[in-house]
Design a protein around this ligand. Structure first.
Ligand code: SAH
Length: 218
């Protein structure tokens, strides 16, 4: 295990400052703030970014992908309005940081990543942190039909449109939080499935995500 997988007082101190910033930016849910306090974000980054791990920035995590800004992770999580033991599907495991935040909130997590290297690395990190999620290598557009329906679905990559298949796998009454947009920017949407063929959609500002792409990469 690499030497930077130590959670020092310095890291913990910086984490407290980041959490204060998240509060300033409108994250009010104490359980989410506690989860941020418990997951060492620097473990998910290259040693080169160790000093900056607790700034509100995105970083490269390999395979051309990035770990989301802490605010974005907190904001999407807050929009999900989670309750313990709910079944949550995450599309875009990436570093696994968001996956860990979900685990700490006591929900049952299913996550999918299309890059094999990232999937594998994230899986090892969750094991190291003693956290339990069903981690799948696959194409998130397909969801996980064998485990559907889900109470909540969280998409952490920018989708050109709302994926129909994922909507099918959402419970009636369930929520999907997803950045949607064709170009470099997406609108953060929260979609409530109110009937088999009816949804309510709320919009929550503009964000920049890496694109949601089809097919897996070995
Ligand atoms: N939640 C992640 C965010 C990573 S960025 C984190 O906290 O680090 C988004 C991720 O979505 C990338 O790793 C990208 O490879 C992945 N992705 C893009 N399209 C996908 C798809 N169709 N299925 C699964 N993962 C996908």
């Amino acid at each position: 295990m690499s030497s930077h997988l130590k959670d020092t007082f310095k890291h913990k101190g910086k984490r407290k400052i980041l959490i204060a910033e998240l509060v300033e930016m409108g994250i009010k849910d104490q359980a989410i703030l506690d989860a941020f306090n418990e997951v060492p974000r620097h473990f998910f980054l290259d040693l080169a970014f160790d000093e900056q791990a607790y700034t509100n920035m995105a970083f490269q995590i390999g395979s051309g992908q990035t770990i989301s800004h802490p605010f974005t992770v907190a904001f999407q999580t807050q929009l999900l309005d989670l309750h313990k033991a709910e079944k949550v599907l995450e599309i875009g495991t990436g570093s696994g940081f968001q996956t860990c935040i979900l685990c700490k909130l006591g929900v049952r997590v299913y996550t999918i990543e299309r890059h094999h290297d990232l999937h594998d690395k994230a899986r090892r990190m969750l094991t190291f942190l003693n956290l339990n999620a069903r981690m799948n290598f696959g194409d998130g557009y397909k969801g996980m039909p064998s485990h559907a329906p889900f109470d909540k679905i969280l998409v952490t990559c920018g989708a050109p449109e709302i994926p129909e298949e994922l909507l099918k796998q959402l419970k009636i009454g369930g929520l999907m939080v997803i950045p949607v947009g064709e170009g470099k920017e997406q609108k953060m949407l929260r979609i409530k499935k109110i009937a088999e063929d009816d949804v309510d959609i709320e919009e929550f500002g503009t964000f920049k995500f890496v694109p949601m792409l089809e097919r897996t990469v070995k």
